[in-house]
Design a protein around this ligand. Structure first.
Ligand SMILES: NC(=O)c1ccc[n+]([C@@H]2O[C@H](COP(=O)([O-])OP(=O)(O)OC[C@H]3O[C@@H](n4cnc5c(N)ncnc54)[C@H](OP(=O)(O)O)[C@@H]3O)[C@@H](O)[C@H]2O)c1
Length: 301
């Protein structure tokens, strides 16, 4: 009987928080390759290798070598304060890196480009794909510029703007759960914003939605958020309650009381109706997501 090999997928940024979670889901469905930049990763079922996306020739070589059917582009300088401190570096990685990738992809390649809820200014909340953008910081501006490069590409892409994600990560790249966990374990008080709202999304839900999108064609722009719009303090209370930490260690604060390099947006909640209609996306609520992480027994893998 004839055997058919699996299609090939490439994850850029497989050493990252999202990339490493994607690899766990995608490896069952694809011949999987994943690039890291500085943080070497070994992932079962995924061929990993170093690639700096700002090196156009190296990107070209890798794409010619792997010939992927699907590319999930997660690699980015993703920390807003770092981007604010080094705007040129942020632009090089987030915008030029995306251009380098696009310039050598065949139009038949299915590209999933990961963007962010922070392209909005957070004044309104529950943003739809058609709402006007207004990035408040260098990170958000660079991600919006990257979106524009993808929108101008004539290939088979989707741009997925995700909300703030939580889940297990690795020692280097992980979610804000790791920061809460580390401090609460040491009985340290953590400040959490009461005036910053996000439709927080369980990273395993993101991975499942991207897997479904990887099988579709030319689907444009999507918002991918969780089912609840919650502030950081309320999120912390759910986390503390499920993981057994004292709520007294959570200090409610306003964004105004904690100045940072990068300007922060208040309510970047996303309306995910479009993707719900297309693929029946059903994100879990935060309590279920946190219970799943607890049952799996790891915040850091
Ligand atoms: N995490 C969230 O809550 C969230 C929310 C909205 C949108 N997003 C978007 O989702 C994507 C993934 O975010 P994340 O949280 O997983 O980020 P992350 O954990 O910071 O990982 C970033 C990845 O990009 C790689 N990278 C950095 N510079 C590179 C370069 N010059 N060339 C090639 N690779 C490079 C890193 O590699 P090394 O570590 O090996 O250097 C790492 O694998 C990003 O596009 C981000 O904008 C994330």
């Amino acid at each position: 009987m004839a055997t058919f090999s699996k299609p090939k997928a490439l994850i850029t940024g497989v050493s990252g928080f999202l990339g490493s979670n994607l690899a766990i889901i995608f490896r069952d469905h694809f011949q999987l390759a994943g690039s890291f930049c500085y943080h070497s990763q070994q992932i079962k079922g995924c061929q990993t290798f170093p690639l700096d996306l700002t090196d156009a020739l190296a990107v070209k070589r890798v794409i010619a070598d792997i010939k992927p059917d699907v590319v999930i582009h997660t690699a980015a300088l993703s920390h807003p304060d770092m981007c604010e401190q080094a705007p040129e570096r942020a632009y090089n990685i987030n915008v030029t890196g995306t251009e380098n990738l696009l310039s050598c992809l065949n139009f038949s390649v299915r590209l999933l480009d990961i963007s962010t809820d922070l392209v909005f200014d957070g004044e309104k909340g529950w943003y739809r794909e058609t709402d006007p953008t207004n990035p408040l910081n260098v990170y958000a501006l660079s991600k919006l510029e990257a979106e524009k490069r993808v929108l101008a590409w004539n290939g088979n892409y989707s741009i997925i703007r995700t909300s703030l994600m939580y889940g297990s990560g690795n020692e280097v790249n992980n979610s804000f759960l790791h920061w809460m966990f580390r401090n609460l374990e040491e009985n340290r008080i953590i400040p959490l914003f009461t005036d910053q709202y996000r439709t927080c999304l369980f990273v395993q839900d993101t991975a499942q939605a991207l897997l479904q999108l990887s099988r579709l064609k030319d689907t444009g722009m999507f918002h991918l958020g969780g089912s609840e719009n919650i502030n950081r303090y309320e999120f912390g209370r759910k986390f503390a309650s499920i993981f057994g930490y004292s709520p007294d260690l959570l200090k409610p604060v306003s964004m105004r009381d904690a100045p940072a390099r990068a300007k922060r947006a208040a309510d970047c909640s996303l309306n995910s109706e479009k993707i719900i209609q297309l693929i029946g996306f059903k994100p879990c609520n935060i309590e279920s997501g946190l219970r799943k992480i607890k049952s799996e027994g790891k915040i850091i893998s």
